[in-house]
Design a protein around this ligand. Structure first.
Ligand code: SF4
Ligand code: SF4
Length: 458
């Protein structure tokens, strides 16, 4: 018998209505957010879910049959048990999640430095006579058109011209990374000035700021780029401030097409400018400070940012932040101004999630990202990306690719819905498995590269 408009609602009926309406509303909310984010596949799936999810509740509510109370209780019990299972904190320890490098790195070995070596120069000859085994590997990227080249695959006159403009400004700023220190030293309180230093950059547009001790393994042994090539680095600053800034999701989603390199260079410029401001501010207070900005580093920014509590290094080798994943750019300031340190945070849930996710490895056009477990490399457990094949792809594409960053489940926009999911990923081993399944379902295992924003596509 149908009890469509019965006014005598049992407790189970009320629970059915509340649960059904709740789940329906959540799926409609997900649909709306997905439409706003222009994730139309996710919007279709969530709308379908919202319709399907409500059907058993309606049927249970309107139809009367002898075992209805039992069926309703089992049905509701299964739903609440499932929710409980997902939400209860459950985090088996990931062994050796946080790894401390045992050695220092030489900036001359990074791909950008190798790319700047000009054949026929002394630096070129000396580098490859020391490392003949990588000469033929590097020759491969030299055969390609190169980053921001008009002959590259994703050449776009406006985006590339904008990227060049950004890089020109960054280059012009390099003289400001260091400067004279005021003779008048202001006495500061490590906590209060630390708070100031962490708040001001956010007002200037930064996403997060953290402070850590500057460790030996943060510092390159030698300069590998620019006029000071080969110079031994002698940075004795005891403290480092790491700043992250968001890369715009609309610009990242078309990766590896042209907008991604425009956005990378834009955010390197913005975060670099903030670092320069902060370094100059500290010097004005009478303390030594150096900014480390794109193309002008003495330190390995992702490692500093990780130790400053801003994230963890994931499978793709980039800093993964809790709210934007790898969709950030970083700058660092080193200083001798006494500062209260932030705690290094344990993001072992990220390491666990990267262990099962592998989405970046699946989409990488050059197959540079490992599908394997973390391996012991130079005395620590980590994933190693193939920097040479990645960079060779960049030199064909003309952009810094970023496809891995675009598809990473942590990279979704910083809003309530995605933050809740990221919270769940951090909270529970079971939630992580569920979230990955849903991410693949809603956003696809290998999402297609997004369209160029209409204002760029001219
Ligand atoms: S895509 Fe997945 S595996 Fe790759 S870095 Fe992001 S979370 Fe880790
Ligand atoms: S930037 Fe592109 S080529 Fe390099 S690892 Fe990421 S997806 Fe692969």
């Amino acid at each position: 018998m149908i009890q469509l408009l019965s006014l005598q609602l049992s407790f189970i009926d009320i629970l059915l209505i509340i649960t059904g309406a709740g789940l329906f509303s959540i799926m409609i909310y997900v649909t709306i957010i997905s439409i706003i984010e222009k994730e139309y596949h996710a919007a279709r799936i969530s709308f379908l879910f919202s319709v399907l999810i409500i059907v058993p509740f309606i049927l249970l509510y309107i139809y009367d049959f002898p075992s209805k109370p039992v069926v309703s209780i089992v049905f509701l019990g299964a739903i609440y048990f499932g929710l409980l299972l997902l939400l209860i904190p459950f985090n088996p320890k990931v062994k050796r999640a946080h790894q401390i490098p045992k050695q220092k790195y030489d900036e001359r070995d990074i791909m950008f430095s190798r790319n700047e070596l000009k054949p026929g120069t002394n630096f070129f000859e000396s580098y490859y006579s020391d490392k003949p085994e990588i000469k033929s590997i590097d020759d491969k990227f030299r055969e390609k058109p190169g980053l921001l080249s008009p002959d590259s695959y994703f050449y776009h006159p406006y985006s590339f011209a904008s990227s060049h403009a950004n890089l020109e400004i960054i280059d012009a700023l390099k003289t400001l990374v260091n400067g004279p220190v005021s003779e008048r030293k202001i006495k500061t309180n490590a906590k209060k000035i630390g708070d100031y230093i962490k708040t001001w950059p956010k007002k200037l547009g930064a996403h997060t700021v953290g402070i850590t001790e500057l460790k030996d393994y943060h510092i390159y042994t030698h300069k590998g780029r620019g006029d000071l090539y080969e110079k031994k680095i002698n940075n004795k600053h005891p403290y480092a401030i790491a700043i992250t800034i968001e890369m715009d999701n609309e610009m990242v989603q078309p990766a590896p097409k042209a907008p991604v390199v425009m956005e990378s260079t834009q955010q390197y410029l913005r975060v670099g400018t903030i670092a320069l401001q902060l370094a100059s501010f500290i010097r004005n207070l009478g303390y030594s400070a150096r900014a480390h900005i794109d193309g002008n580093y003495e330190v390995i920014c992702p490692l500093v940012a990780r130790d400053a509590g801003l994230g963890e290094i994931g499978r793709m080798g980039l800093l993964m932040t809790p709210k934007l994943g790898p969709r950030v750019r970083i700058a660092v300031i080193t200083t001798d101004m006494p500062l209260e340190l932030d705690k290094t945070r344990n993001f072992s849930s990220m390491i666990d999630f990267c262990g099962i996710c592998k989405k970046c490895a699946d989409v990488c056009p050059s197959k540079s990202i490992s599908f394997e477990k973390r391996e012991g490399i130079e005395g620590i457990l980590r994933w190693r990306i193939n920097a040479e094949s990645c960079f060779t792809y960049w030199c064909s594409a003309g952009t810094d690719c970023g496809r891995c960053m675009a598809v990473c489940p942590y990279s979704h926009p910083n809003n309530f819905m995605h933050n809740f999911i990221r919270w769940g990923i951090g909270n529970s081993y079971i939630f992580r498995r569920f979230a990955l399944f849903m991410d693949d379902l809603f956003y696809r295992r290998k999402p297609k590269s997004g369209k160029l924003p209409s204002w760029i596509d001219i």
